[in-house]
Design a protein around this ligand. Structure first.
Ligand SMILES: [Zn+2]
Ligand SMILES: [Zn+2]
Length: 422
């Protein structure tokens, strides 16, 4: 018995030793020939690489994650190439990831992605018969995409009504509707309490705390994107929009579609919130995304990853005009950004472009810390305006409000900055 035991022991020792040796043995890695580490990429990117002989199966390449592009044979036996659309991922530092059949052969190359931002039109608040609206998610998506011609859509039924089966269907319909470059759907829920209604985008669950401060904490911990809905003038919801540091991490957007809601927006910004204005219809009937308000979302391309990234960084504006393009930059930073480095001067660039030549811009107002400080009356459908400001030392924020001749309004997200001592 003891002899058997020692034999077993010896076998085990040998086995674990051989396994250990196996782990130490280096596995040949993929060799990326193009692009090089440190390169800045834009548009379509050609990727060329060499697979190790041991890893000659299928291989994929992506920038920091999906979408994955399959590599095709090129040149030598183990050479592969692919064309990657860098506009489907957010701008900034990215890792070019190569995935082979063996994770230990995979490599990552540090690159920077830089593409021009386009504007995509969205409705981020709507309902179906799963709460107090009508019909089902499939009909809502069909209408939003094919009739309203939205780029981005979010169904946000009241979570208090939605059961597990309905929530699964909401997500499945949204997932199926997603098509990079064509249409993005983000499944959402509306947290509906007396203290105020808040949309939650892409949540993992329908179960959320019922009181506001625990909700803020749960949302910040979950890393979801949230939006204050129909805030009125802001005095009667969310404790009068009382600032909450954890809430500021949880909430990125607020519906701003009329002058009363502009009061709520000004109140929130003054209190210290970092939020962007959103135009959404809150549709309860069968005509999703076609009423009176939309969000213009600035992103390099139409993918779910880009849209979520843009909303998280507040790169959006509220618009009552369905197709007007608004760009707002301060010292090179785009709307929604917080400039980290102190600045001395404030250089604003506003561009408004309505594709309809008869749809003219009557007025553009620049807000500084909640008050109008500069006004332009261009009376044209294409506008570029470059006001300059030299505010005193300290923290400041800027945004623009655009008024069209037909009364349609637009509000940009702010840019926040700090003027340093000279
Ligand atoms: Zn509501
Ligand atoms: Zn609603």
């Amino acid at each position: 018995m003891s002899r058997l035991r020692s034999i077993v022991l010896i076998v085990l020792v040998l086995l674990s030793a051989s396994l250990g040796l196996g782990q130490d043995k280096p596995v040949p890695k993929v060799e990326v020939l193009q692009p090089r580490a440190g390169q800045t990429l834009g548009g379509m990117v050609e990727v060329r690489l060499k697979l190790p002989a041991e890893a000659s199966g299928p291989a994929y390449v992506g920038l920091g994650g999906p979408p994955w592009t399959k590599l095709q044979p090129a040149g030598d036996a183990n050479e592969r190439h692919a064309l990657l659309d860098s506009r489907m991922v957010p701008n900034g530092a990215q890792k070019l990831l190569v995935k082979t059949y063996n994770k230990r052969s995979d490599v990552a190359v540090n690159v920077t992605v830089k593409n021009r931002l386009n504007v995509y039109f969205a409705d981020l608040h709507s309902h179906t018969g799963y709460s107090d609206g009508v019909l089902l998610p499939e009909a809502a998506h069909d209408y939003a995409r094919n009739v309203a011609k939205l780029d981005v859509f979010s169904l946000t039924d009241h979570l208090e009504y939605v059961d597990n089966t309905e929530w699964l269907d909401t997500r499945e319909v949204a997932w199926k509707a997603n098509e990079d470059g064509q249409f993005v759907s983000i499944p959402g829920l509306e947290w509906t309490k007396k203290i105020g209604h808040i949309n939650i985008f892409d949540p993992q669950t329908t179960r959320w705390p019922i009181d506001l401060s625990n909700f803020y904490k749960a949302a910040a911990d979950a890393g979801v994107i949230c939006k204050f809905n129909h805030p009125g003038d802001g005095t009667e919801v969310y404790n009068g929009l009382a600032y909450s540091e954890v809430g500021d991490r949880a909430v990125q957007l607020m519906e701003v579609r009329r002058d009363t809601e502009e009061q709520a927006y000004l109140r929130a910004l003054k209190a210290g919130w970092h939020i962007a204005p959103d135009g959404s219809d809150d549709t309860h009937g069968p005509t999703w995304g076609s009423h009176f308000a939309w969000s213009g979302i600035l992103a390099p391309g139409l993918s779910k990853r880009n849209i979520l990234d843009a909303l998280r960084n507040r790169h959006c504006y509220s618009t009552l005009d369905r197709d007007c393009i608004l760009r707002f930059k301060v010292n090179g930073a785009t709307m929604g950004d917080i400039i980290a480095e102190p600045v001395q001067k404030v250089r604003v660039v506003v561009t408004v472009n309505d594709p309809n030549p008869d749809d003219t811009i009557a007025k553009v107002e620049l807000f500084e810390d909640g008050a109008v400080v500069e006004t332009s009356a261009p009376n044209a459908n294409r506008v570029q305006w470059k006001p300059k400001r030299t505010p005193g030392p300290g923290k400041h924020y800027y945004f623009v409000k655009v008024t069209q001749t037909d009364g349609d309004l637009m509000w940009s997200a702010p840019v926040w900055l700090t003027v340093g001592d000279k």
